[in-house]
Write a protein that binds this ligand. Structure first.
Ligand code: PEP
Ligand code: MN
Length: 647
């Protein structure tokens, strides 16, 4: 049992709680749990939980039915998010929540050149943390045992050069102390999962820990090992499924895919998967990795080697750089399907963006990001996906309010929906870009839209007579709504506004169509989930920032990687072949056109503006020249921005 104390608890009250528990037969221990101070009580004592909860200084009591308490979901309902940092000058990496975090690197650090080269290429493909063993627990005493502290120094240098925190295995309590200042996250290897003295030591050092599952450990044993780490003081534990030993010998181990949803149900800790050690066969690693993401894993740790045939350990399971690049692209495409976003972090030598990117100043980082809608709106989900759950948010009442907030400087950036995969462009927002010339697009994000029928706790489908939503919500759920012709449809400003109105009115005959997050945010219940006609339903959001001179600051969380997409708007003189000659400029230079749409020009009947999205070729000079030519050929040329495309 865990007694969470209120933050302002006096030492007298704390002592009274201790005495209360001891008198009732518990042995007690002081622990910290995330931000909270808790008293852990174990033993055969008996207590009335409600009475205990009423004692002064008690915030809440979590009575767990599991032998692991701090690791249990019963103690903490929300997902824990682990932050791995490597110093103030490098980007932090988060694991858990709505992101997919990919760690990559060689099995072992073999030389300074090898780890530098590997770090650069996995970073280029989108990995955000570097893995590599300096102390290798090998099955044979004659196999390469690792470069030790020297290897760790090489790895730290490689991590710093690429802006990636490092994770490496620690094999003894003594080494944990020696390694402490160089590692950003300790890895407890599969063979050491139940080395309890090691767990206690590593847990006491306060650094994040990646805990591999032992090859023959049950899920409960694995979670009890996590409990050792948490009880010793660290609050940042990430679990890693890496395959267990079964009767099957074709693969190195058997990846226990079902452990992912099971553990996510039992524990609040993030769960990542190591497909390399699980499968052991290079060509099968990527499939297993994608299956892990589909099953709900919060990330991966993958072995990659520039020349696997020369690797000193685990060459046969190490991916070639091209295979890893392909895997990262597949993960990026899969992420929105499972409601997540592939985490990117800024590279220290962040490429200067075409058109003049600039870093946000320190103060700008504290400013909120603006979105339109009520709590739980899809836009808010997209915002958290792009910027992280803790980012301060500014709610505004209209789409133009987002542009105003960014222009006035009360928000560092804004998030604006521009297009839905089923219902098409949100023209109102496209038009805003023309009104606000000082605003540019700096990023994009695709969010999978899963609609739910949401109502009051007391309502049922049969009691509903009115349904509220944004008109797009109605359009996207047409097949479902057609089954209830007796319902009256009432349009709302946004889907989350519809939910908020029901909560405000306490209406029982009214339901809303919106996302599950809106139901949670307003304390309503989901009557039916997944009512959108087509499950492949995505909304594309763009992230906007204010131009300063010819530069546009890019919020740091939008990550690294050169921009590969640009959005333009133009009109042209009404004469034969005019559009063709504009598009030919792009085609002649091999520039891919991913979207072309026309919009009537306000106040000029039968004249049109063309909205164009294009891919930026690797040779940036080509793109700049194409832009110059286009400018010369067109009227009203607007450059909306360059950014990294979301797949
Ligand atoms: C490793 O990650 O390099 C490793 C040795 O993994 P495991 O402990 O899962 O075998
Ligand atoms: Mn290995």
């Amino acid at each position: 049992m865990i007694v969470v104390l209120s933050r302002s608890v006096s030492s007298h009250d704390k002592e009274m709680i201790r005495i209360y528990l001891r008198d009732r037969g518990f042995s007690i221990r002081d622990q910290s749990f995330g931000e909270d101070t808790v008293i852990g009580a174990s033993g055969k004592g008996f207590v009335d939980i409600r009475e205990l909860g009423l004692l002064p200084g008690v915030e809440r009591v979590a009575a767990t039915s599991k032998p692991y308490e701090l690791a249990s979901r019963e103690t903490r309902a929300e997902d824990s998010i682990v932050t791995v940092g490597s110093g103030p000058s490098l980007p932090d990496v988060k694991i858990g929540g709505s992101r997919i975090t990919v760690i990559a690197g060689p099995c072992a650090v073999e030389s300074k050149e090898q780890i530098m080269e590997t770090a650069a290429l996995v970073r280029e493909s989108g990995a955000v943390m570097l893995r590599g063993g300096a102390y290798k627990p090998r099955t044979s005493p004659y196999a390469f045992q690792g470069l030790g502290m020297k290897g760790l120094e090489f790895m730290k240098a490689a991590g710093e050069a690429q802006g990636m925190p490092i994770v490496t295995e620690v094999v003894s309590p003594e080494l944990a102390l020696q390694m402490k200042d160089l590692v950003d996250m300790f890895q407890i290897g599969a063979r050491n999962m139940q080395n309890f003295e090691l767990l206690k030591k590593v847990g006491s050092l306060g650094k994040p820990v990646l805990l591999k599952r032992g090859p023959s450990a049950t899920i409960e044993e694995w979670l009890l090992s996590a409990e050792y780490l948490l009880a010793a003081g660290t609050r940042d534990v990430v679990l890693c499924e890496r395959g267990i030993r079964t009767f099957e010998t074709y693969t190195r181990n058997t990846l226990d895919i079902s452990a992912i949803p099971v553990v996510k149900g039992l524990s609040h800790l993030p769960v990542i998967v190591d497909p390399s050690h699980a499968v052991g066969i290079r060509d099968k690693v990527s499939s297993a990795a994608l299956a892990a993401i589909a099953a709900g894993a919060d990330g991966l740790t993958v072995e990659v080697h520039p020349r696997p045939d020369e690797a000193l350990s685990d060459g046969p399971q190490s991916l070639y750089p091209e295979q890893f690049e392909r895997l990262m692209r597949d993960i990026e495409a899969l992420a929105p399907v499972v409601g997540k976003e592939l985490l990117r972090t800024p590279h220290p030598a962040s490429v200067s963006r075409i058109g003049g990117g600039a870093d946000m100043g320190g103060a700008a980082k504290e400013l909120p990001v603006a979105f339109c809608g009520e709590n739980g709106a899809f836009a808010e989900q997209a915002l958290m996906r792009a910027f992280g759950e803790e980012t301060p948010r500014l709610q505004v009442k209209s789409f133009s309010g987002i542009f105003d907030a960014v222009l006035e400087g009360s928000a560092m950036a804004g998030i604006v929906p521009v297009e839905n995969s089923q219902t098409g462009s949100i023209h109102e927002n496209y038009d805003l870009f023309l009104r606000y010339g000082d605003i540019a697009i700096v990023g994009e994000l695709k969010l999978r839209i899963v609609h739910c029928l949401i109502a009051d706790e007391r309502s049922s489908i049969d009691s509903i007579t009115i349904v509220r939503s944004h008109p797009q919500g109605f359009a996207q759920c047409k097949e479902f709504l057609d089954k209830y012709p007796q319902w009256t449809l009432e349009p709302a400003t946004t889907t989350a506004d519809a939910v908020a109105s029901i909560a405000r009115e306490g209406a029982v005959k009214v339901a809303a169509i919106a996302g599950e997050a809106a139901a949670l945010a307003h304390g309503l219940k989901v009557l039916k989930a997944g009512i959108e006609t087509n499950p492949l339903n995505y909304t594309r959001f763009v992230i906007i920032s204010r131009r300063i001179g010819d530069k546009t600051p890019v919020p740091p969380s939008l990550g690294s990687g050169a921009p590969n997409k640009a959005s333009l708007v133009f009109s042209y003189d009404d004469k034969p072949g005019a559009l063709f000659s504009c598009l030919k400029i792009l085609s002649d230079r091999g520039i891919n056109l991913s979207k072309l749409e026309s919009r009537p020009i306000q106040g000029k009947p039968w004249e049109y503006l063309f909205y164009v999205d294009v891919g930026i070729p690797d040779t940036a000079g080509e793109f700049d020249r194409a832009l110059e030519e286009l400018k010369a050929k067109t009227r009203d040329f607007h450059y909306l921005g360059v950014y990294r495309a979301s797949l």
